[in-house]
Design a protein around this ligand. Structure first.
Ligand code: IMP
Ligand code: MG
Length: 185
């Protein structure tokens, strides 16, 4: 075990994780509240929850089970050419939803909003598909997003400006399976 590792968990394989920022119970409670908010926000019409892979996969799975109104689910896959810890803003869609977007309430579900570059690009792409409404739901918001051109309508938690992993979030594809969100720094 590395001496700087303060969180002890066999999932970590001895790698340094400084502290748990949001534990599983805290996340579950907040995701339940978000499900209620989202259920109430759409009194009518078709709602499509569109998860941005891969980071949103656990959040989306938990969130949609807390939404008590008719719903469809699909995914988008975007690739961004940045290094492991920052996004470049050069975002490409590598999987396009098969579900029709036109005329639907689209809820773009993101794991975390950092610079906002990914969201900006995706919102432009999705807006062009003529949805009835288009909103963002993010589990975490770093509020470092000076470039973000869109409001994030549903936010789980304000996040510290640290690199976070777990509950879907990765560092070099590791740590996505942690049931909590932890800081690597
Ligand atoms: P943005 O384009 O800078 O807003 O970055 C958004 C994307 O970068 C997210 O969807 C994540 O995949 C990744 N990202 C940003 N911050 C973190 C973090 O703290 N941990 C893990 N991934 C992050
Ligand atoms: Mg990532």
């Amino acid at each position: 075990m590395n001496a700087s590792t303060s969180v002890v968990d066999p999932r970590l394989d001895g790698r340094a994780v400084k502290r748990i920022v949001f534990d599983a119970q805290t996340i579950a409670r907040r995701v339940g509240e978000m499900g209620n908010e989202i259920s109430r926000a759409y009194p009518d019409g078709h709602v499509l929850a569109l998860g941005l892979l891969k980071g949103s996969f656990i959040f989306l799975g938990d969130l949609v089970r807390q939404i008590t109104r008719p719903l469809q689910v699909d995914f988008i896959v975007a690739s961004s050419y940045g290094d492991a810890m920052t996004s470049s803003g050069d975002v490409r869609l590598v999987y396009d939803p098969e579900t029709e977007l036109e005329g639907k309430h689209i809820l773009l579900v993101e794991d975390i909003v950092d610079s906002g570059k990914t969201i900006n690009r995706l919102m432009d792409l999705l807006g062009a598909r003529r949805p009835r409404s288009l909103d963002i739901c993010a589990l975490l918001h770093k509020h470092a997003a000076t470039e973000l051109r869109f409001p994030v309508k549903f936010v789980g938690f304000d996040a510290p400006n640290e690199f976070l992993v777990g509950y879907g979030l990765d560092h070099a594809e590791n740590f996505r399976h942690l049931p909590y969100i932890a800081s690597l720094q």
